[in-house]
Design a protein around this ligand. Structure first.
Ligand SMILES: Nc1ncnc2c1ncn2[C@@H]1O[C@H](COP(=O)(O)OP(=O)(O)O)[C@@H](O)[C@H]1O
Ligand SMILES: [Mg+2]
Length: 413
């Protein structure tokens, strides 16, 4: 340790300083600073710190570790001032706190402190903090970087959309596949990283719609999620055209309860850590882990059609969710094969359906006729097989709008 930073002109540049009333109260910090930085750090008293930041010797500082205990709370303003002066100079601040109240800590973090570590320091905590301070903020992959989508970074907090068909054949998989694909294309400059999870374990057809083989690795992954790591997760997935990663349903028809809520939680968490958008195609059946996905999802799309079975299922679904106190507000009802604008009797039927179910139908998707089924048979998303199809245009609009809402939320935070 350099006990007086200002008096060490020949030593290696000082990259960090501890700041405290008396550093001897924090001997574990001294040890850790020595381990991490050798001689390249100094110590300052709280009274001297602000003046020191104004001197040229302070220019090499990467960060300061301000160590305080409950006695410092009496003069928190001075500590806060120290934090602020450092931050204004572009020096990062770590607060090391022993028995300091949450309110005091909150104030220091509000002044711009980057990190807080409790004292006594947990094993390796200072090391981790320094690592984080030195890592530049993550950025989205560059355009045209084909490998970007499969390079796991673990730096995301993806947005989760689930799609659940309220009756078979109402277009859940069609929506999930095309929404995921449109999301990869919403921004040319910074293409979002998107993954599509087929949780319809028995009749999942994502693989058919994208012409991907079903792999044994999927079963292995699902049957032991506790052992899952980034590598096994990424390996179980297949890329579609490089930019979309797909976890297909397993090869064999599996009982839906082979997955537990914990399994689903782990997989979804893993996916959202590595992708900007996670789209999940759900089975029509309501299972134990439907709730798990609903809770994790930002939006939960339910597809239905203008017929009695959809209406009855929708009613039962909403009732079930309400009775369990589940977040019904995340549901977005999607009427597929909706009547055309000009079909007035059709439109009044839609209105009556919504009224009788006491739901709002937020999204209406048109019938795209034969080209939609053909695209599926050819294993291509609509954007590739029938870009002008009215169904494609609507799903493209939906992708744009959810992306814009998400961007606005990110910017506001
Ligand atoms: N809006 C639509 N227009 C034309 N065909 C559609 C539309 N939505 C779905 N389809 C077709 O209906 C069939 C069932 O759709 P799918 O997405 O597999 O339903 P689900 O996953 O809900 O069972 C598929 O052949 C699909 O191509
Ligand atoms: Mg399906």
């Amino acid at each position: 340790m350099s006990s007086s930073v200002a008096l060490q002109p020949d030593a290696a540049p000082i990259v960090a300083c501890t700041i405290s009333r008396d550093v001897q109260n924090f001997d574990l910090l001294i040890e850790d600073m020595e381990t991490e930085l050798g001689e390249a750090w100094g110590d300052l008293s709280i009274d001297d710190a602000v003046a020191f930041f104004g001197q040229p010797e302070a220019d090499t500082l990467e960060f300061v570790a301000i160590a305080i205990d409950d006695d410092d709370e009496e003069d928190l303003a001075k500590v806060a001032m120290t934090v602020k002066t450092a931050v204004d100079k572009g020096i990062k601040v770590v607060v090391i706190a022993e028995e300091v109240s949450p309110i005091a800590l909150h104030q220091l973090l509000k002044m711009g402190a980057a990190e807080f570590v409790p004292y006594p320091l947990p094993e390796g905590a200072l090391h981790d903090v320094i690592d984080r301070l030195r890592t530049p903020a993550p950025s989205l992959p560059a355009p045209g970087d084909a490998n970007a989508a499969i390079r796991p970074k673990g730096d995301r907090e993806g947005v989760i959309f689930a799609v659940h068909g309220l009756a078979g054949g109402t277009g859940s998989t069609t929506l999930a596949v095309n929404l995921a694909w449109e999301l990869t294309k919403v921004e040319k400059e910074r293409a979002p990283r998107v993954c599509l999870l087929d949780f319809d374990l028995q009749f999942g057809t994502v693989s058919t719609f994208l012409d991907l083989p079903r792999r044994d690795a999927v079963y292995e992954l699902l049957s032991d999620t506790e052992a899952m790591d980034v590598d096994s997760f990424m390996q179980a997935m297949l890329p579609f055209n490089d930019s979309l990663q797909v976890l297909t349903a397993p090869n064999d028809m599996l009982p839906l309860d082979i997955l537990t809520s914990e399994d689903v939680e782990r997989i979804v968490e893993m996916a959202r850590n590595h992708f900007d958008y996670v789209v999940i195609d759900m089975p029509t059946a309501v299972v134990q882990w439907t709730e798990t996905v609903l809770n994790a999802a930002h939006l939960y799309f339910t597809t239905l059609e203008l017929d009695m079975r959809s209406a009855q299922n929708a009613l039962r679904m909403v009732k079930a969710l309400k009775s369990e106190d589940l977040p019904v507000s995340k549901l977005r009802h999607v009427l597929n094969r909706a009547p055309k604008f000009t079909d007035l009797s059709g439109k009044s039927r839609v209105k009556r359906l919504a009224e009788s179910l006491d739901i709002t139908i937020e999204i209406q998707l048109p019938d795209g006729l034969k080209p939609v089924t053909q695209a599926g048979d050819h294993g291509l998303p609509l954007a590739e097989a029938a870009p002008k199809n009215p169904l494609r245009r609507e799903i493209q609009k939906l992708a744009k709008s959810v992306h814009e809402v998400n961007q606005a939320a990110v910017e506001a935070s």
